[in-house]
Design a protein around this ligand. Sequence first.
Ligand code: ZN
Length: 146
Amino acid sequence: MRYLLLALRFLWASPNTLIGLTIGGLGLCLGAKVRVRGRTLEFYEGGVQWMLQHISYHQNIAAMTLGHVILGQTGLALEFVRQHEGVHVAQFERWGPFMLPAYLLSSVYVWTRRRRFYRDNPFEREAFGDDAPHEHEDHEEQGRTQ
Ligand SMILES: [Zn+2]
């Protein structure tokens, strides 16, 4: 039963995982590395690092989770953000194909309420482990994660 539930989680999150595998695979062609950590595949350096450095105009994104794939700038950066990204993996297992639309709509919603697009998103607040929206600013100093 436990394995069946685990298989269902992988299946439910798989549309997002496929997007992650596509980006990670392209990154591999451009010198990225890949490794298994827990129930995720981590892609980092090379093309993956380049993408994360250029995906956002003024924010430094250390890592990004897509289903059971975590894209990171470096192996070391992934060590620092693994707990945060692990919460996102669990969110992808819970929300499945609805995760990305729900995440984006949440960001738009908080932005229309004059709050921060990224940091006040409920998915990020859960990943940062806070209940108060304006605390734990120090996390942002360590590099933005998504
Ligand atoms: Zn995050």
